[in-house]
Every structure is written in structure tokens, then in C-alpha cells.
Design a protein around this ligand. Structure first.
Ligand SMILES: Cc1ncc(COP(=O)(O)O)c(C=O)c1O
Length: 440
């Protein structure tokens, strides 16, 4: 669908695109001008099925009128108020609704505008929590290879993806990385793999090396998403929890992708039966219709920080101009209604086995080297051709031309359909994958 009209190319220059090969895109633009339900539409009118929920965002499908109307009404009523020293009722309502979905006791909610901001907020909460307890020496963070925790400097320090780190090295001290869990023995596992729980012992080794009393928090995605769907080995997260408890370290789940039903339960925490101390979220909280992220904290974390603060003064010097923006809160509340009324998370759980079987049916293709899957998320690895990532990028472009939108990372093709998908939509996604991959 590409073109190389110099005039069009020129007109596209001013927008510096994020995480995109700008030169290539501007010669071969791939645009959407409309979306509805499971589909995007290109300016030429081509229908493209959305196999990645935009970017793990539109769990309820595109262009939900309930959300659009709620945002419109909000912007006509109260467009903005500062979130510092002033507030608006929907912020409190949404925090209460969010806490109905989080694990019991994780009912203090801080709003941000993105997942990246939620991650950096959680890092600062962890430091502040320990300082409030008289343990300001806890400054070290533990993360994991292949992790993605957004693009702000804190999250980049936690990152385990080399391209996201290598150019930004200064200031990334104080973070140590556990090994990733993508083991060869786990190839083609459906759901949580059998091998690798002992990789959590890396945390114990860092405690022995650095002193557990110096570690503030451990950050993990319950199932790594952006790198290409790495579900946690059975028992792995429980072990991390155990070691954190032993050393007084906070456990943080970055649930920006795994939250809001993607794993077939409210959050990864419930899907895997392990409760963290802090949990980040974003994306599907508003169905992607307004920018919003959040950190859910255990009540003890909030109480410790708040009670240690002055009797009359700010306790936590952190926040964004657009924290709990009225339009985002309105979108979030409309989305909470959709989750409840349509039993959307139960629907995702019910569709998961069909989706997983479908994705694994691609295993016979010679180009496919691994498939990983859990809930309504899966990644298909294609064999490296020349440099890593070249074939994955090519596959993603050809899939778009064939009418299928998905996210690729390196040579992993990542699928995460909206929860409103019917079995026929899953079939359409799998058929298009088979068709394109068998010709690649
Ligand atoms: C686990 C995780 N954390 C953080 C982020 C960053 O979120 P955002 O792009 O909204 O800043 C992402 C984005 O995909 C993510 O997957």
C-alpha cells in the first residue's frame, strides 16, 4: 500500500514519529482514518482487522459511543481543574471503581497519563515508602532482562531491552537485572511454562551480593508483553514474593499490558495468584480513548507515606498537571461500566482457549520458531533472516497489506485482540497470519 509521492512525503516530515522508522514510514505511510469494533479503515477504505487492540488498549473494541459521549459531556461541563489542592468528583469515583478490580487491599490509586509515568511514579513511591520507615538506604531497584517499563528515565533504567537503553546510559545506575525466563525447554508452551521458577533465585543472589536491606523494589511484568509475550514459569512469581517478604523489599507488578483482563482475570496478580505491593496500569483503563495511567498501592504503602508527612503539608512531592484529568476520568468511568455490564473480562477468559489453539495451529509453518501464549495475548517468532528483526518488520508490513494490524518486536509478532472478538475474528486473524507467513 506504499507510495513514494515526494509531495506527500514532504507533508509528513514535521511529525517526528515515536518508535517508528521515520524515513521508511514517510515513503510508505500506513495510516488509519477510522475505526469501529474490531477494524481499522485506511484512507483508501481498506478494512484492517486489529489483532493487537491498537497497542493492547481497546479491550472493548474501537469507538465505543458510551466513552465518546462521556468525554464530550465532561468537556462541556468541567474541562479542567488543577489536580493539586483542587479536585473534581470523578477522580474519587474512578479510584473507587478501579479498586473494585484490584486485589483486596490495593485500594489507593494515584493517576498518571501513561504507563511510563506510572512506572516512574511507582519507583518514587517505593523510595518514599522506605524513607518514611527510616530506611532511606534502600535505593536499589531490581528488574529483569527483556523487561519493558516504558520510556521515562526511571523506566529506561529498569528496561531490559537493549535498544531502549543503549543510547541513554548516563544516570541508569542502581538497577540490577535478573535473567529473563525465555528458556529453550519452554518453546511452544501454552500458558505458563513448566521450567524456570528457579530463575527467581537471581533475586536472592542480588540480596546476598548487595544486601537485601539496600533494595527498594523489584519490578516485573507478570507476563512480559512488549518483548513478545513471556508468561511467568509456574511458581516463579510466588518465589519472587517470598524473597521480597523475607527482605522487606516491595514487589511491583507492571500491569500496563497484563492488567484489565488481558490475562483472563482482572489483573495478572489475580491470574497468577500473587499480590504485589504496587501495581501499574494504563491502556485499557480508558479503552485507549483518553491518555491515562495509574498506580494502585497497598493501603499500608499509602498510610506509611501519608502518616510520615507533616500534619499540614504535601506528603508526596509528585504529580502531573493532567493527573486524573476530567476527560480521562470520564472515559475511565464509562469503561468501568462496560467492563461490568458486558462481563468483558469473563469474555476474554472464555475466548482464550480458542485463541490459543488458533495461534498454536501456526506451529507447522517452517518459518515459525516459537509460539508463546496466555490469556488473550500471544507471540509468534519467525526465524531470523539476516539481521535480527528484519524479517519480523517485513512480516508486520505484509500483514498490514493483507488487512491485519499487529505489533512486532524484533522477530516476534504479537497478537492481543480486543475482548469483543468473536471466534470468526480469531479465525480471520489466524488465516491471514498463515497466508502471509507461508509466503514470507
Ligand atoms: C509493561 C509496560 N510498562 C510500561 C509501558 C509504557 O506505557 P506508555 O507507552 O503508556 O507510557 C508499557 C507500554 O507498552 C508496558 O507494556
Amino acid at each position: 500500500m506504499g507510495h513514494s509521492d515526494p509531495q506527500v512525503e514532504q507533508a509528513l516530515q514535521p511529525f517526528w514519529m515515536p518508535f517508528t522508522p521515520n524515513k521508511e514510514f514517510k515513503q510508505e505511510p500506513k495510516m488509519f482514518t477510522r475505526a469501529e469494533g474490531m477494524y481499522f479503515y485506511t484512507p483508501e477504505g481498506q478494512k484492517v482487522i486489529d489483532a493487537s487492540s491498537g497497542l493492547f488498549c481497546v479491550a472493548a473494541g474501537h469507538c465505543r459511543p458510551e466513552i465518546a459521549e462521556a468525554v464530550y459531556k465532561q468537556l462541556q461541563t468541567l474541562d479542567f481543574t488543577a489536580p493539586f489542592l483542587r479536585a473534581q468528583p470523578k477522580a474519587f469515583e474512578l479510584a473507587t471503581r478501579v479498586a473494585e478490580f484490584t486485589p483486596k487491599g490495593m485500594d489507593r490509586v494515584f493517576f498518571t497519563n501513561s504507563g511510563s509515568e506510572a512506572v516512574d511514579t511507582a519507583m518514587k513511591m517505593a523510595l518514599m515508602y522506605h524513607r518514611s520507615k527510616g530506611q532511606a538506604q534502600r535505593q536499589i531497584f531490581i528488574s529483569r532482562e527483556r523487561a519493558y517499563h516504558g520510556v521515562n528515565m526511571g523506566g529506561v533504567a529498569l528496561s531490559g531491552m537493549v535498544n531502549n537503553r543503549r543510547a541513554f546510559g548516563v544516570g541508569l545506575a542502581g538497577v540490577y537485572h535478573m535473567r529473563h525466563t525465555a528458556l529453550a525447554e519452554n518453546k511452544f508452551a501454552k500458558g505458563q511454562p513448566e521450567h524456570g521458577a528457579d530463575l527467581a533465585d537471581d533475586l536472592q543472589r542480588f540480596c546476598a551480593l548487595l544486601g537485601g536491606e539496600n533494595i527498594a523494589a523489584v519490578f516485573v511484568e507478570p507476563a512480559a508483553g512488549s518483548f513478545g509475550c513471556l508468561p511467568p514459569p509456574k511458581g516463579y512469581l510466588n518465589k519472587l514474593r517470598q524473597i521480597c517478604d523475607q527482605h522487606g523489599i516491595l514487589l511491583v507488578f507492571d500491569e500496563v499490558i497484563t492488567g484489565w483482563g488481558r490475562m483472563g482475570a482482572n489483573f495478572g496478580a489475580q491470574a497468577f495468584g500473587v499480590t504485589p505491593d504496587l501495581m501499574t496500569m494504563a491502556k485499557a483503563i480508558t479503552n485507549g480513548a483518553q491518555p491515562m495511567g495509574a498506580v494502585a498501592a497497598k493501603r499500608e504503602v499509602y498510610d506509611t507515606i501519608t502518616n510520615a508527612g507533616p500534619a499540614a503539608g504535601v506528603e508526596f512531592f509528585h504529580g502531573y498537571t493532567y493527573s486524573a484529568h476530567p476527560a480521562s476520568c470520564a472515559a475511565g468511568l464509562a469503561m468501568m461500566d462496560i467492563f461490568t455490564k458486558e462481563k468483558l473480562i469473563e469474555r476474554a477468559a472464555a475466548l482464550s482457549p480458542y485463541f490459543i489453539e488458533g495461534v498454536h495451529s501456526l506451529r507447522d509453518l517452517p518459518i515459525v520458531t516459537d509460539i508463546r501464549s496466555i490469556g488473550l495475548m500471544a507471540a509468534v517468532d519467525v526465524a531470523v533472516d539476516g539481521a535480527p528483526g528484519v524479517r519480523g518488520h517485513e512480516a508486520q508490513k505484509r500483514l498490514y497489506d493483507a488487512g491485519l494490524n499487529l505489533k512486532s518486536t524484533g522477530d516476534a509478532l504479537i497478537m492481543a485482540p480486543p475482548f469483543i472478538a468473536e471466534k470468526s475474528h480469531i479465525d480471520e486473524i489466524i488465516n491471514k497470519m498463515r497466508d502471509v507467513l507461508s509466503r514470507l
